[in-house]
Design a protein around this ligand. Structure first.
Ligand SMILES: Cc1ncc(COP(=O)(O)O)c(C=O)c1O
Length: 428
């Protein structure tokens, strides 16, 4: 059995000086079951990652979907090394900013101008502020996850610390439900600055849904913002907007832009983006050159090599293999596989004898034990080989009977070696 002793010792140490012991909710003990999971890594290469106890994994989390080419992609690493020789951040803007902006404009349908941030939240918050400034309205309709800032997180269960006045301006609506969106916009006519949504996460947009959202937003004088933090440079070189053929007014990018280097972007129509000059969207590290060098190399590789095609092909093999195994093991009531092949989700249902969180905990325990790092999503990278995909399918073949025993045959107490995860906060 794998040992996670060093991870646990580091966690105890980290928790003395770092609340939650992590900078990122999705890397913390709230998401990784204590006792059967790693918490800290030493290094990663290609599709592999190693934890502090020396355990090796094929990584299907890939830094929360930000690593699209694979860890330490040689082209990105070389570009960053070269930039490092010249400097990281300067007293004036660097020419690489315009180069990366031009590359994004060449690839992304809605992009005529671009501004950079660091995290996805910088970009979504900048886009929302821009939409408010452009329309002169305050309310936003949201669908999906859009980051940690007040305007979005205030609309979720994790809203402690966000003033009610801010929370009242953000209105969630369900995906694939144009009627609900229409009612929302009509209930407060001419008060919406923007409709922002993830164009897709686990569920496919129904035919006409994204175009319908665009029409509704515009009918009500609101801008359409696609949050492409994950879908951008993953579904297609031009993001979900290219993949689905619906061009928003503004779009935000983050994770896939620079193969894991910290840079995000707001892009959109010139006439709207120009207003960035009037609002305040400015930070010391906005033009940080290492990440922009990584972005330039990543975008060049996306254009030169069949990256998104391979993500989709390997991801599709995985999806169809999982689907076949769910059927073969008779687990249709418990499990389903959905999402785009490059970012797919093994969804777990509540069943009479097991909550989805308990089953998910067992799944994670058994994945980690077999050298797979995943919490049930498959964030594909260009470094995943066919063998990596086949290995995960073999692992699911071993684990699915255990899930059956745990979820349907009352054997969860014998199988689970840790406390189940708690449903504290679900992003999607
Ligand atoms: C769709 C989407 N939008 C926004 C964000 C926020 O990005 P960040 O965590 O980099 O601020 C995320 C992060 O998971 C995301 O998936």
């Amino acid at each position: 059995m794998r040992s996670f002793e060093k991870s646990q010792a580091y966690l105890a140490r980290a928790e003395r000086t770092i609340p939650l012991g992590s900078q990122t909710f999705s890397k913390s003990r709230t998401q990784f079951p204590y006792g059967v999971a790693p918490f800290f890594v030493t290094h990663a290469q290609g599709s592999r990652i190693w934890d502090v106890d020396g355990n090796e994994y094929i990584d299907f989390i890939n830094s929360l979907a930000s690593v699209t080419l694979g860890y330490q992609d040689p082209d990105v690493t070389a570009a960053v090394r070269q930039q490092l020789e010249q400097g990281v951040i300067f007293s004036l803007s660097h020419t690489i900013e315009a180069e990366v902006a031009e590359a994004i404009c060449a690839m992304v349908p809605c992009a005529e101008m671009v501004r950079f941030g660091k995290n996805g939240s910088d970009a979504t918050s900048g886009a929302v502020r821009l939409a408010r400034a452009y329309t002169g309205k305050d309310r936003v309709a949201v669908c999906g996850y859009h980051g940690w800032q007040d305007w979005y997180i205030g609309s979720t269960a994790r809203h402690r610390g966000v003033p009610k006045a801010i929370r009242d301006l953000t209105h969630p609506f369900p995906f694939n439900d144009l009627t609900a969106l229409r009612s929302l916009l009509e209930a407060r006519r001419d008060e919406f600055a923007a409709v922002i949504l993830e164009p897709m996460n686990s569920a496919e947009p129904a035919p006409g849904f994204l175009a319908g959202v665009k029409t509704l937003a515009h009918e009500h004088g609101a801008l359409l913002i696609f949050d492409e933090t994950i879908t951008g440079f993953r579904y297609a070189n031009g993001g979900a907007q290219e993949f689905f053929g619906v061009t928003p007014d503004l779009a935000t990018f983050g994770k896939g832009l620079a193969n894991g280097f910290p840079v995000s972007a707001v892009a959109g129509r010139r006439e709207i983006m120009q207003l960035m000059e009037e609002i305040f969207f400015s930070f010391t590290f906005g033009g940080e050159a290492l990440s922009l060098a990584a972005a330039r190399a990543t975008l060049a590789k996306l254009r030169a090599q069949p990256v998104v095609a391979q993500l989709a092909a390997r991801g599709e093999r995985l999806k169809s293999g999982i689907k076949e195994r769910i059927a073969r093991h008779g687990l249709q009531e418990l499990l389903s596989i959905n999402g785009h092949p490059s970012w797919s989700f093994l969804a777990i249902a509540d069943v009479p004898r097991a909550t989805s969180w308990t089953t998910k905990t067992l799944l994670m325990q058994e994945l980690f034990e077999r050298g797979i790092l995943s919490f049930g999503t498959h964030n594909m990278s260009y470094a995943h080989s066919e063998a990596d995909v086949e290995r995960l399918l073999d692992v699911y073949d071993e684990i699915f009977p255990l899930l059956r025993q745990g979820a349907f045959e009352g054997r969860m107490p014998q199988l689970l070696r840790c406390k189940p995860l708690e449903p504290l906060f679900k992003l999607r």
